[in-house]
Each structure stands twice: as structure tokens, then as C-alpha cells.
Design a protein around this ligand. Structure first.
Ligand SMILES: Nc1ncnc2c1ncn2[C@@H]1O[C@H](COP(=O)(O)OP(=O)(O)OP(=O)(O)O)[C@@H](O)[C@H]1O
Ligand SMILES: O=P(O)(O)OC[C@@]1(O)O[C@H](CO)[C@@H](O)[C@@H]1O
Length: 307
């Protein structure tokens, strides 16, 4: 089973308008209330790819209820721990540019952390634990150690998709897969990454340090996958970007759904890229057929590592 875990879920209040101007009253033409948060997006896309998952994490209040119901209505199993406070609402403004306003993480108490740890301890060999999205800074560092030790002991593969200091501090747990975008990878090394060659250089350092697969996503430019064997690069299919929120999460879901079936990293990477682009080309997250249609446009190049 794939377990996704979102510490900081959201309702994504997604609005479309021709023009947006800060500092004045703007009126939206269309609005959508999507469940959000990176792990939740991974679960929603997995579900559309006919792959079961359980969405774990922390939610509360009327927004937390909406989130759970929405996911359950889509047929996704949820096991959220109640935070006792409203889950945040993130504002996504789609005008000529995309503007985002994300709320802060909830305060999470020790007994709530323990309840998550208990769930991870119950996982079985060959399960997956996908920790995705922003992590509250108040959580003691040794908690993640306990969490990832529990995964290791049970033979559960740990997938990490977070950003900022949390990404840096969790790398030493040797995740199976991480998926930073180029900006997040650059932040990690105190530099700015503008090409696939640069991205491959830094991703390789992470693989040398013990991470099995590093995917660096680069929006409309495509992505790279680095492992001990070498580097694959992929161009994104061309199309009109409608809403890129969740494109990275769709890529993670596509990779996992495919890898879980046949263990072929290149194939999983190609399908991940197709899922990312299929999501970017529509308002909500992609459906399986959308990704399958784009798959033929995703070709990869491989460069073997020198021994
Ligand atoms: N404009 C675009 N055109 C085509 N494909 C895109 C576009 N934007 C994103 N994608 C696809 O989605 C993948 C992931 O996108 P991106 O690098 O923006 O992820 P991200 O920054 O993690 O996104 P998010 O955090 O919103 O999920 C890209 O590698 C690409 O395959
Ligand atoms: O604030 P975080 O946790 O970094 O990101 C949260 C978020 O922007 O990421 C998802 C897209 O990847 C959205 O559904 C959600 O609103």
C-alpha cells in the first residue's frame, strides 16, 4: 500500500480572471475549491491511475471536514489526525501569471505526532510512505528520525517531497526518492539552477550521498532523473499551461504508480513527466487517459555514469 502523508493540507481556492492587480478589488470569473497539499494531490492522482493509497496527515475544522469528504467521495481512504484547528485555505490566482498565497502549517502536539508514528509502525514490508509538502518548523528533529527509522525497520520505502530547511535536514535519512524542483534543489546548495546539466551535477551529489532516485522537475522545460546508473533527461510535452499547481505531485504519483507495477525507473520517469504535463494543461489534476495521450511525446536521453 502507498501511504501519503500531508502535515499541512489545504483547500486550494483556485480563481481564474483575465487580469489581476494587487492593491485593488478584483473579481474572479471562475472559482474552484480543490483539496490541496502535496501528499493529498499524490493520493488523488494515484486514485485516477487505479492505484490505491491511504492519505495520512493532520486536518481539522470545517475545512478539514470538507477535505476528508471530498477525498472519500473520490474513493480515497483517509486517516487524518484531528488538529482541532481549521485546515488552511491556499489562494491560487490564475490570471496572466500564477500568484499563490499559502497559509501556515498547523500547530501539532506531541500526542498527535505519536498517533502518526503509530500508523507508520503498523506499515508492512513493500509499503511506501510519501511525506510531501511543507512541514511545521515546531516539530522536534528526532521525530523524523523515529519516523524514518520505523520505515527502515519495516522495509517501507520512504519518498520525500518537501522544501526549505526540512528538505536539507531530512536528506540524511536516505529516502528512496526525492523530487525537488530546480529552485528547491538550488536552495539546497545555495545556488541557482538554470540548466539540466547543472541540475544533474547537484542531483548526482545527493545520489552519491545515498538517495536512490532524484527527480528534478523543471516546469515546462521537463525534468531529469538521476540514479547510481546515470542520468535520464526528458523534455515536457508542449501545450497550453492552464494550472500548474500539483504538476510536481502528479509527477510523483505517475512515477510511483508505474514503478510499483514493474520496477522500471525510466518508464516510471516518462510516465511521471506525462502526468505532470497532463495536470499542467488543465484546471484540476490529470486523469489517466490525459497522461496516456501525452506519453508518446515524452522521450528520454540517458547518460551513463562514469565508473
Ligand atoms: N508549463 C508546462 N508545460 C508542460 N509541462 C509542464 C509545465 N509545467 C509543469 N509541467 C510538467 O510537470 C512537471 C512538474 O512541474 P514543476 O517543475 O512545475 O513541479 P513543482 O514545482 O513541484 O510543482 P507543484 O509544487 O505545483 O506540484 C514538469 O517536469 C513537467 O513535466
Ligand atoms: O505550502 P506547501 O505545503 O509547500 O505547498 C502547498 C501547495 O501549494 O502545494 C500543492 C501543489 O503542489 C497545492 O495543492 C498546495 O496548495
Amino acid at each position: 500500500m502507498i501511504y501519503t502523508c500531508t502535515f499541512t493540507p489545504s483547500i486550494d481556492y483556485t480563481t481564474y480572471l483575465a487580469e489581476f492587480e494587487a492593491g485593488r478589488l478584483n473579481r474572479a470569473e471562475d472559482v474552484y475549491y480543490y483539496p490541496g497539499g502535496k501528499g493529498i494531490n499524490v493520493s488523488r492522482v494515484l486514485n485516477r491511475l487505479d492505484t490505491d493509497s491511504v492519505a495520512l496527515g493532520f486536518a481539522g475544522g470545517f475545512t478539514g471536514e470538507y477535505l476528508k469528504q471530498f477525498l472519500n467521495n473520490e474513493g480515497i481512504q483517509t486517516e487524518f489526525t484531528d488538529t482541532g484547528e481549521n485546515t488552511r485555505i491556499n489562494v491560487k490566482i490564475k490570471a496572466k501569471n500564477e500568484t499563490e498565497l499559502n497559509g501556515p502549517s498547523p500547530e501539532i502536539q506531541n500526542h498527535q505526532l505519536d498517533s502518526l508514528l503509530e500508523k507508520v509502525t503498523m506499515m508492512k514490508e513493500d509499503d511506501w510512505f510519501v511525506l510531501a509538502g511543507s512541514l511545521p518548523s515546531s516539530i522536534p528533529a528526532d521525530f523524523y528520525e523515529k519516523l524514518t527509522n520505523a520505515c527502515r525497520k519495516k522495509g517501507v520505502r520512504f519518498v520525500l517531497d518537501t522544501s526549505g530547511p526540512a528538505l536539507g535536514s531530512l536528506l540524511s535519512t536516505n529516502p528512496f526518492l526525492i523530487k525537488p524542483n530546480s529552485e528547491e534543489l538550488g536552495d539546497l546548495f545555495g545556488t541557482s539552477i538554470t540548466s539540466k546539466r547543472q541540475a544533474a551535477h547537484y542531483a548526482k551529489k545527493l545520489v552519491d550521498d545515498g538517495i536512490t532516485y532524484v527527480i528534478v522537475s523543471m516546469g515546462g522545460e521537463g525534468a531529469i532523473l538521476v540514479s547510481k546508473e546515470g542520468t535520464w533527461t526528458a523534455e515536457s510535452p508542449r501545450g497550453k499551461a492552464v494550472n500548474t499547481v500539483g504538476a510536481g505531485d502528479s509527477m510523483v504519483a505517475g512515477f510511483l504508480a508505474s514503478f510499483q507495477k514493474n520496477g522500471n525507473a525510466e518508464e516510471a520517469f516518462r510516465f511521471g513527466v506525462a502526468c505532470g504535463s497532463a495536470t499542467a494543461f488543465q484546471s484540476d489534476l490529470c486523469q489517466k487517459e490525459d497522461a496516456q495521450k501525452l506519453l508518446g511525446q515524452v522521450t528520454t536521453k540517458f547518460i551513463r555514469n562514469r565508473m
